[in-house]
Ligand binder design. Structure first.
Ligand code: ARG
Length: 282
């Protein structure tokens, strides 16, 4: 009997902005995964990042690059620098002083690359770290980094409905460490998402259950492996290789999991998605 899925996994071509981890290090602590006493292998970090980039290109996606800056070791986590929707760029305002200068470097990249509609937020806003586009609405995290006021600001600037979600576990300090979109919503149906329920308040869990009754639910081991910090193009799902349970769950829905090694990036509390900012023109 043929297997039928709620949604047929269909890939779409993406355009991403990435920042090579040339100055990557763990020198300060702004999330529970960071420990400056643990050595980081910078060459390995570069290899791991390059492999993620190579996968994107092999899958037919376009990858733009921004020049990394000395003294900004977390700049590799491009997802935190902007939310781009329909060619409009809503920049970042970082919570921590250590990362604050990144926002201006990224703003200049957008300016130099033909973007004319660039708005810098007034509220603390860690961009795609806390804003996830489902194709229909922006799911927006708060609790650790992005302020609730940034959610309203995003709705006004980007012209998309925003659904606020409360994060409650400091290990999952950004929404993109606890939730990702497997297939965006389109005319043919609802978005398919995956998330780790324990990262959210009971009320936000209720919201997610109502909005996405068919979601893939991840367990603790997958969340701890940074499994939810994944990128799906609608068919291939790039995720940390240790997230085996989640890989099996998405495979059961017809997606193709592709495990990657993120041993070094993880020491800063980041994974594949954190290194990836999506440039949505349309
Ligand atoms: N060390 C960085 C921070 O704490 C990691 C950022 C990870 N990025 C993400 N999109 N979750 O800000």
């Amino acid at each position: 009997m043929p297997v039928s899925y709620a949604r047929e996994p269909v890939p779409t071509t993406r355009r991403f902005l990435m920042c090579p981890p040339r100055y990557f290090a763990v020198r300060y602590v702004i999330n529970p995964w960071m420990n400056p006493d643990r050595p980081v292998d910078a060459d390995r970090a570069m290899e791991q990042w390059s492999r993620i980039r190579a996968h994107y290109i092999a899958l037919g996606h376009k990858v733009e690059e921004i020049e990394p800056q000395p003294g900004l070791p977390d700049m590799v986590f491009a997802a935190n620098a902007a939310t781009v929707l329909g060619g409009t760029v809503l920049g970042a305002r970082f919570r921590n002083a250590e990362r604050a200068p990144e926002a201006e470097h990224y703003r200049r990249w957008f300016l130099a690359n033909g973007y004319r509609d660039i708005v810098m937020p007034t509220a603390i806003n860690e961009a795609e770290g806390d804003f996830v586009w489902t194709g229909r609405e922006l799911l927006a995290g708060t609790g650790f980094r992005t302020e609730p006021g940034a959610h309203a600001e995003a709705q006004e600037v980007l012209g998309a409905p925003v659904v606020s979600l409360q994060l409650v576990d400091p290990h999952y300090y950004h929404l993109d460490t606890a939730l990702f979109v497997l297939s965006p919503a389109d005319e043919s149906g609802q978005a398919v998402i995956a998330y780790y329920p324990d990262a959210f308040s009971a009320e936000s869990r209720g919201t997610l259950e109502r909005m996405f009754p068919d979601a893939v639910l991840a367990g603790r081991a997958d969340a701890e492996a940074f499994g939810l910090n994944a990128i799906s193009d609608g068919r291939t799902v790039i995720l940390p290789r240790e997230a085996e349970g989640l890989a099996a769950s998405v495979a059961a829905r017809g997606y193709q999991p592709l495990g990657v090694d993120i041993s070094e990036l993880r020491k800063a509390g980041g994974g594949p998605k954190c290194c990836t900012l999506e440039l949505r023109e349309g």
